[in-house]
Ligand binder design. Structure first.
Ligand SMILES: [Fe+2]
Ligand SMILES: [Fe+2]
Length: 128
């Protein structure tokens, strides 16, 4: 279960992302290499829209943690892009399972708890 940040739109985005993640993990288990690439590409687009949306809200609210939060988004987007490139050049199910099933899962939970929750708190209360 992912932590609810109590913003309907952001919660829906997070929910979609964990559902896509579960689909990718299922495809990895099924060793469906053909189906993974388009879903991974779609996942990356989704991540990008997710981060752009949050960054827009942070900018609008002059959120003091904006730069740190955005830097985390950049880092994780770059990792995803790197892993997609790697996957396209030489598909390795074991590597991909490690990336999605361990690294990404751990990251998204940690990020929501440590960064998205305080961000929403700030939007609601107007203070960090
Ligand atoms: Fe988020
Ligand atoms: Fe975020």
């Amino acid at each position: 279960m992912i932590t609810v940040v109590k913003d309907a739109k952001i919660d829906a985005i997070h929910q979609e992302e964990v559902e896509m993640l579960a689909q990718i993990l299922a495809l990895i288990e099924a060793e469906d290499i053909e189906a993974i690439t388009p879903l991974f590409t779609k996942f990356l687009t989704h991540m990008q829209a997710h981060f752009t949306y949050e960054e827009g809200l942070m900018k609008e609210a002059s959120y003091p943690m904006y730069t740190i939060h955005q830097a985390e988004h950049y880092k994780v987007l770059n990792e995803a892009r790197y892993n997609l490139t790697l996957w396209k050049s030489s598909p390795d199910l074991w590597e991909l399972r490690e990336y999605f099933g361990e690294d990404f899962v751990a990251w998204i939970h940690q990020h929501i708890d440590a960064m998205d929750v305080p961000m929403i708190d700030f939007f609601e209360k107007g203070e960090a």
